[in-house]
Design a protein around this ligand. Sequence first.
Ligand code: NAP
Length: 256
Amino acid sequence: MSIFDAFSLKEKVAIVTGSSRGIGRSIALAFAEAGADVVVSSRKREACEAVAKEIEERGARSMVVPCHVGKTEQIENLLSEVKKAWGRVDVLVNNAATNPAMGALVNTEDAVWDKIMEINLRGVFAASRAAGRIMMEQGSGAIINVASTGGIRPPALIGAYGVSKAAVIHLTRSFAKELASSGVRVNCIAPGLIETAFASALINTPEIYQEALKMIPLGRHGQPDEIAGAALYLASDASGYVTGHIMVVDGGSTIG
Ligand code: NAP
């Protein structure tokens, strides 16, 4: 097998949560270009359908299943719909996440904390559990969690978000250990500052942005497509001997 073939996702079924825009969309399009059948999912069907159209324009199969990852029954439905329609689940990317408020931890309300944990952490757990059962039965699969450098170094003003992402990193390792003997690999990507709607408040506030730039050795923020390559590596056979890994893609900010 050539090294390029090892990066192929031909005949693989991949689900990407939060793929209607931003990093999730870039990952979904990259997977389609690598030959996967791609399930586009987020809360809003219409936004997902636009991405599904882009996938089909690239000659790949696509399917939309809306899912709010804070709702376990919707996650269970997502996995069972895909299994019913396409017979298998080879790759799950847990990308959807939220950060409803900014501020000091001492001023963070229980409701904000609960919302963050429900979506960013329990959602990843519930989707990995549902996909894990299918993948164990298949004897193969790859789960990729999108965490954050905020889960490695505590971020200012989004402390609860950072805690949720630190937990996602640990959850990655726990699932990796449990599922390895079933042929299922579980890895994680920790992006730094990436230009999406999610990071727009930060990137568009010059005082905050200039401070953030000082922390990035490569001297710039990243683009969503710069995360897609890492996801493709972790989804494909090219990373067949990699599990429980946290791949940092951050322009060097965690070493800066
Ligand atoms: P984004 O552009 O805001 O996209 C977020 C995606 O998630 C959208 O498709 C959104 O679609 C979906 N979503 C939001 N809440 C959801 C929910 N409850 N259930 C299902 N889908 C939901 O954000 P992004 O920057 O690409 O973020 C993607 C991932 O990267 C997140 O895990 C984030 O924590 C992580 N990350 C981002 C950065 C950065 O600088 N951008 C840095 C580190 C880590 P709907 O609104 O239709 O649901």
